[in-house]
Design a protein around this ligand. Structure first.
Ligand SMILES: Cc1cc2nc3c(=O)[nH]c(=O)nc-3n(C[C@H](O)[C@H](O)[C@H](O)COP(=O)(O)OP(=O)(O)OC[C@H]3O[C@@H](n4cnc5c(N)ncnc54)[C@H](O)[C@@H]3O)c2cc1C
Length: 452
């Protein structure tokens, strides 16, 4: 049974001058992991978040009386760090049926096609295999080790110059193949194909074991039955860290051997080490010590590209176990059945940035009607991650050049300031798994630093 939870408010620290060993900025999965590991190792830890809740870019909510995940959702047993947590806390799995859809709708040259899902899937699987075959070994040589993406940096550099669009243009696919592959690519980067880097695609493909079916199982089929919020809560309950919510960190500065962290309410803490576990796209908003971050500057200034939409749509029609796919500029790239209900179907929909206002039900209905003519939308819900000041984006996908040129500098610790966060993980970067990986790594490095 789960241990009784202390209410979050009781974890607020005294606001006196007392120093911490480690202050962790950001209570998403990276920060929660680092705080748990370090506090369990006997260190005095303060975990601070700008929001009034845990979990960052994961957010368990409800819609139509059903649990939904507004942010990070699906996990898989082949994601080692998150699976470890699922087992540790005895959590269960629930399945999203549309990830193994039976019927499909797709657009070819703007015209609707509908039928069994096997045919479009076969086309996508073959196209992805060719798309990633940069070395006549299916990408296995260039991206030999998915959890050490720069292992063959020498071979990766030329491919890291390309955007996803550049690579697509090289391929000379027929119209249907191109129009089926594009939606998958635009969901991977959650951006325009011109902005998403191709090297990240090779990493993605290697993580997916060079198989589209297996990859889709990892990306969209299994979620934590109790919800991401419950995992976050169990991790907090398992840690001795103090917690301060609703307190955006404004600045980190250095005073001799210690660091001073100040929130926008003026709360001031001293600490021997800091873990920065905020999203890459918001790091520019925090004032850091003079001279810090020279090797991180271009990454922090440009950020990652993931800024698209995700929403849940309740429709009157019972469409069964369905998937829809459409290339940009269509506002919905991928949509699939999340739940077949007595009163219709709950769909989950993803789209590129700035093409769909998820607060506008009519706009969502118009976009869906291209894939499901006459569909009636009864309700829509979602979260606008790209404009949220504490995420300014969705999942991480790098621009051309960022993987080989930016990642090592971004990850590196400087003095007593350590980096964590899914946006700079080595393996499943852009996933909950990568967030936990980065928290484990940061905690290991902080312990070594504080032991001197
Ligand atoms: C819509 C969407 C769908 C996704 N789908 C999946 C999926 O299906 N599977 C999957 O594995 N991953 C998915 N992801 C990605 C995954 O959710 C993230 O990669 C992961 O949760 C990031 O964890 P993190 O700890 O690195 O960062 P975050 O979760 O973003 O945590 C960072 C924390 O820092 C805080 N913060 C920011 N600024 C400050 C400040 N100034 N002071 C204090 N705190 C601050 C934020 O409030 C936040 O809580 C999805 C993400 C989104 C948005």
């Amino acid at each position: 049974a789960a241990p009784a939870s202390r209410p979050l408010e009781e974890r607020r620290p005294g606001l006196g001058p007392g120093g911490y060993d480690v202050l962790v900025v950001g209570a998403g999965f990276a920060g929660l992991t680092a705080a748990r590991e370090l506090s369990r190792a006997g260190m005095k830890v303060l975990l601070v978040d700008a929001r009034n809740r845990l979990g960052g870019r994961t957010f368990t909510s409800s819609f139509l009386g059903q649990k939904i995940e507004l942010g990070g959702t699906w996990i898989h047993w082949s994601q080692p760090f998150v699976w470890n947590e699922v087992v540790r806390y005895g959590l269960g799995l629930a399945e999203s049926p549309g990830a193994a859809a039976e019927t499909a709708s797709w657009l070819v040259d703007g015209k609707l096609r509908q039928g069994g899902a096997e045919r479009p899937w076969k086309i996508i699987a073959d196209a992805m295999t060719a798309f990633c075959d940069v070395d006549r070994q299916g990408g296995r040589q260039v991206m030999q080790m998915a959890h050490d993406p720069l292992f063959r940096k020498d071979l990766l550099i030329p491919w890291d110059r390309l955007s996803l669009q550049d690579r697509l243009d090289q391929m000379k696919f027929g119209r249907e193949t191109r129009d089926l592959l594009s939606p998958q690519l635009s969901i991977n980067c959650h951006a325009s194909l011109k902005d998403g880097g191709f090297a990240d695609m090779l990493r993605w493909w290697a993580l997916g074991e060079h198989d589209m079916g297996r990859m889709f199982d990892k990306l969209g089929r299994y979620k934590i039955k109790e919800g991401m919020g419950e995992l976050a809560r169990r991790m907090l309950d398992d840690s001795d860290a103090d917690l301060l919510l609703s307190s955006p960190v404004k600045s980190v500065s250095r005073e001799g051997d210690t660091y001073v962290v100040v929130t926008d309410k003026g709360q001031t803490f001293t600490t021997r080490a800091v873990v920065m576990a905020t999203p890459l796209n918001v790091l520019a908003n925090i004032s850091m010590p003079a001279g810090w971050g020279a090797g991180k500057r271009s990454m922090i200034e440009r950020g990652h590209v993931g800024r698209g939409s995700k929403c849940y749509v309740h429709i009157r029609q019972k469409v069964g176990n369905w998937i829809g796919m459409a290339p940009a500029p269509h506002p919905i790239s991928l949509a699939w059945t999340e739940k077949q209900r007595d009163d219709g179907t709950l769909l989950v929909c993803f789209g590129p940035p700035n093409l769909l206002d998820i607060t506008d039900e009519e706009a969502v209905q118009a976009a869906l009607r291209t894939l499901l003519p006459k569909v009636e939308v009864l309700g829509v819900t979602g979260y606008q991650w790209a404009v949220d000041p504490y995420s300014q984006g969705t999942w991480c996908w790098y621009r051309p050049g960022q993987l080989t040129q930016g990642l090592p500098g971004l990850r590196s610790a400087e003095g007593g300031i350590f980096m964590a966060g899914s946006d700079q993980a080595e393996g499943w970067r852009g996933f909950v798994d990568g967030a936990i990986e980065s928290g484990i790594t940061a905690a290991r490095d902080v312990r070594a630093y504080l032991k001197g």
